[in-house]
Design a protein around this ligand. Structure first.
Ligand code: MRU
Length: 371
């Protein structure tokens, strides 16, 4: 996707073929800064501090973190240490576990001197697979948008509400929730996106708005509490969000506040879809509310806010009384019953065990065999 008209991805190999470069997302939308990851620790910190974020991109960064670790020491112990370090970075997005397990499984059986090349090859493949998956999600989601557009008066845009950033900045390219939007734009279907700001870290206001602006997609940033009002007044045709972990039964963990949007959508008869690549499905678990670990982050993300001043300085200011405690739950779980459908790379299915099993019979079958 484009920044200043130039095609970009979120993560790539540096010119030396060893180090890894990323867009530092903590600096957006105010500054475009490329950061270089030189070591395992750089990769782990980039995930923890959210220089990279979004479930698929966290997984890809972890895969490259293993490459960086093995480039220094390709022993069994170093591989295990790298996996353990990266697993501790963030708890909710299951793509992290998926990518680390995938790398470990492929690399552990190789002799140490074959591991580095194999690790870099697999990390690059994970990135390419993600691009292809997101593009396919876009094609399937496009049909939903096309159907809604056909039922609207000619020229009226399809109004889509999204939460957080499940855009290309959260993946390698295209995004999950945004892929159908970008495909609709390519097909000449008029769309307008309501962008939830997504406090406390403002991934909507900072990142989704940045993406859509650079991509030329009409959009409006709204505060998190506006969605229900818009839905009551017929101003939202469709909600599409991403997810950090979806159970085999279709419960969906996503950025805090997603659940409330799904409730409002249900009350107002607005279709609420969740777009996800299959590595986001946790086939081991069936009860999202009880079994998905919910990250709690630094309360200062709630008590403070960062932005640019009129003269271009980036400043952080306090919002709350100094003595008031704050809690910072980063994700919530939307039960499958509140989700109209899941948009995956293999098609759209009901948010249910049967729906997911019909699209991914081999994964559902393996999960059932594992008990
Ligand atoms: O805390 P973040 O910014 O990593 O949370 C990101 C989200 O909640 C996204 O919606 C999710 O990862 C899906 S990304 C395609």
């Amino acid at each position: 996707m484009l920044i200043e008209g130039e095609p970009r991805r979120t993560i790539w190999l540096a010119g030396d073929g060893r180090r890894v470069e990323i867009i530092d997302q903590t600096r957006l939308p105010h500054e475009f800064v490329i950061a270089t990851l030189d070591t395992l620790e750089d990769a782990a910190r980039a995930i923890e501090q959210m220089q990279v974020r979004g479930a698929p991109l966290i997984g890809a960064t972890a895969a490259y973190g293993i490459c960086l670790a093995l480039a220094e020491d390709a022993s069994d112990e170093a591989l295990e240490r790298a996996c353990a370090r990266l697993l501790r970075t963030r708890p909710t997005a299951v793509n992290l576990h998926w990518a680390i397990e995938d790398m470990r499984r492929r690399l552990a059986g190789l002799p140490p001197d074959a591991r580095v090349a194999a690790a870099y090859a697999r990390a690059a493949e994970i990135c390419e697979e993600d691009v292809a998956i997101c593009r396919a999600i876009g094609d399937h989601g496009l049909e939903l948008i096309r159907t809604i557009a056909a039922a609207k008066p000619a020229g009226e845009p399809v109004n889509i509400l999204t939460h957080c950033n499940a855009g290309w900045l959260a993946t390698i390219d295209w995004g999950t929730a945004t892929a159908p939007i970008y495909r609709a734009q390519q097909e000449g279907i008029a769309v307008h996106v309501w962008v939830d700001e997504t406090r406390p870290r403002n991934q909507g206001a900072a990142l989704t708005a940045f993406e859509l602006l650079h991509q030329g997609v009409p959009h409006t940033v709204i505060v998190d509490n506006v969605g229900g009002h818009l839905m009551q007044h017929g101003m939202v045709d469709l909600c599409i969000t991403g997810t950090d972990r979806t159970t085999r039964t279709g419960d969906v963990a996503n950025k805090i506040g997603t659940y409330l949007k799904a409730l409002a959508a249900r009350d107002n008869g607005v279709p609420f879809y969740v777009a996800l690549p299959s590595p986001t499905i946790d086939w081991r678990i069936g009860d999202g509310i009880r079994e998905i670990p919910i990250e709690q982050r630094d309360p200062r993300e709630v008590t403070e806010i960062t932005g640019t001043t009129a003269d271009g300085r980036i400043e952080t200011v306090r919002l709350t009384p100094a003595g008031s405690p704050a809690a910072n739950y980063a994700f919530d779980v939307t039960p499958a019953r509140c989700v109209t459908g899941l948009i995956t790379e293999r098609g759209v299915c009901p948010a249910s065990a049967e729906g997911l099993a019909a699209l991914f019979p081999e994964r559902a079958g393996a999960a059932a065999d594992a008990g």
